[in-house]
Design a protein around this ligand. Structure first.
Ligand code: ADP
Ligand code: MG
Length: 513
């Protein structure tokens, strides 16, 4: 019989094992008609194989009859019917997949006929060998880690849920998570569609949603609040006009500097000395940029500063920028009180800080990096700075945290410290690290500048802080610094508790003022 021949040629059912018994096998040259396949003998063999693979519990019941060859008809009919149904369902499912593919094309969002599929209990096993519709869309789970996927799929999903189902759940979850995107982000109306997004598609959408959100925030920012190059936004301009109108300032002559975080203007002081305030003849107006980009990197200076900690979490970014201005004001005042040469605070209004101008006739004093000093002056400047750093640390309880030749001005034969908005107390969680960085900048500048007696950064650190860190190399030194900072944190906590008893208004506690 042909059908027997087919079975024999192909080995004992080997060609059939992986393929469907009813499909036209490619492995044999003999074409196999449906009638041939229906032959009892072949059917018995195939049944056995299929049963072993797919219906182990049914096989246990039907085992006897197949082996003995008796009473095969009934069992065989049932089995054949089931197998025929299986094959029919598979073909049906394959057709659905083809339809899906046709409809979805290369579209990133796909629709699924999953709910219409005929799911068989063995499907979860056999589907691993098949090309699943999700695979064709580069599902990252399957493509990258095919062996771990099933195990992962079971975790926390219950024992009856297979990988395939897991993906479905995942897809639906991803669709639901689109709700979290910004309201402006159009995700379409997927209600009732049973939309499933693969992780890859969802992640791409999420990325896009976030970048859109940032972009629109930037645009908004630009339009309403930008402190663009050399210009200020209308609100800031109004603040500055008010200062002139009140007689506090005479005129604003122009811009001295546009930095990353601020724009600094020169102004002539007005006649109107209010209260006990004497307005200097020349003023510097530091406008803290209300664009947030640069301040994001500086969060750590302020959010760990216990003076501002209580308020930091509650404030919106615009108010946080005002806090920078406020911080500069407080720090300058402390320095002023300690007699450190620095600008004198005149007025703080929101994010605009008015202080005395270091320089003359609209010409700001040069930064140390831009001035060529005689070796004598260089030496003088070094000793002055060493002294100022000690004062800052001991008397003001501050670490500059951005000390370098860029933030030191040379005026009237001495060094003036500016730009202290980021300055922190030594007990700040990173205070000593900031101090070490300051010491490195200072020591390198003066060593390069030919000051023979300039201490190296470790010696300078000890000289300023009064700490006696003995490590003779930078790595160990920094490790010791970090260990000290950890210990300091306890101290800060205690200090905060103590202070909170005195400061019920939520204002930053002010020292030495
Ligand atoms: P930024 O945070 O942008 O560096 P700074 O406080 O360092 O802001 O100010 C930027 C520049 O503006 C300084 O380098 C200095 O040239 C000038 N400047 C700032 N404050 C004064 C001042 N009080 N007198 C004179 N010039 C100043
Ligand atoms: Mg600066």
């Amino acid at each position: 019989m042909d059908s027997v021949g087919v079975a024999a040629d192909a080995g004992p059912g080997s060609a059939w094992r992986s393929k469907c018994p009813w499909g036209a096998p490619n492995t044999t040259s003999i074409s196999c008609s449906f009638a041939d396949v229906m032959s009892e003998q072949l059917a018995k063999e195939l049944q056995l194989e299929e049963e072993n693979a797919a219906f182990p519990e049914v096989v246990a019941v039907a085992e006897g009859p197949f082996i003995t060859g008796e009473n095969t008809d009934t069992s065989s009919d049932l089995m054949l019917a089931q197998m025929l149904q299986m094959e029919f369902d598979r073909e049906y499912d394959a057709q659905l997949r083809r339809e899906e593919k046709k409809i979805n094309g290369d579209s990133k969002v796909s629709i699924s006929f999953e709910n219409y599929r005929k799911v068989h209990p063995y499907d979860s096993d056999s589907s691993e060998d098949e090309v699943d519709w999700q695979d064709t869309r580069h599902d990252p789970y399957r493509a990258d880690k095919p062996t771990t996927t099933p195990r992962r799929g079971f975790i926390g999903k219950g024992k009856d849920i297979t990988t395939k189902h897991d993906e479905v759940v995942c897809g639906r979850k991803n669709t639901a998570r689109m709700e979290n995107f910004a309201p402006e982000f159009q995700v379409g109306d997927g209600i009732g569609m049973d939309l499933k997004l693969s992780n890859q598609v969802f992640n791409a959408l999420k990325q896009h949603a976030y970048s859109e959100e940032r972009r629109s925030a930037r645009l908004h920012e630009k339009k309403e609040h930008s402190t663009a190059e050399k210009a200020v936004d209308p609100k800031t301009r109004l603040l500055m006009y008010k200062m002139i109108n009140s007689g506090m300032l005479e005129t604003i002559t122009g811009c001295i500097s546009t930095g990353k975080e601020s724009v600094v203007f020169h102004a002539y002081g007005g006649e109107n000395a209010t209260e006990d305030k004497v307005i200097p003849p020349e003023c510097a107006i530091k406008v803290f940029k209300t664009t947030l980009n640069e301040f994001k990197n500086r969060d750590k200076y302020i959010k760990d500063d216990y003076r501002f900690k209580d308020r930091f979490g509650r404030l919106n970014p615009r108010k946080i920028i005002r806090m920078w201005a406020e911080k500069e004001m407080h720090n300058l005042t402390r320095m002023q009180n300690a007699g450190i040469p620095c600008p004198k605070v005149v007025l703080l209004k929101k994010h605009v800080l008015v202080m005395s101008f270091i320089g003359q006739d609209q010409v700001p004093a040069p930064k140390l990096k831009d001035v060529t000093l005689s070796s004598e002056d260089m030496k003088k400047a070094y000793h002055q700075i060493l002294n100022m750093m000690q004062q800052l640390y001991k008397e003001c309880n501050l670490v500059h945290a951005d000390l370098s030749e860029y933030n030191m001005l040379w005026h009237d034969g001495k060094v003036w410290l500016i730009d202290v908005s980021q300055s922190v107390e030594p007990t700040h969680p990173h205070g000593l690290e900031f101090l070490f960085r300051d010491c490195r900048n200072v020591s390198q500048f003066f060593q390069k500048g030919g000051v023979a007696e300039a201490l190296n950064e470790r010696e300078l650190f000890n000289a300023v802080s009064g700490l006696n860190i003995t490590a003779d190399n930078e790595v160990d030194f920094q490790e010791e610094i970090e260990a000290l900072e950890k210990r300091n944190e306890d101290h800060v906590q205690n200090h905060r508790k103590k202070l909170s008893r005195f400061s019920s208004s939520g204002d930053p506690p002010i020292f030495d003022e």
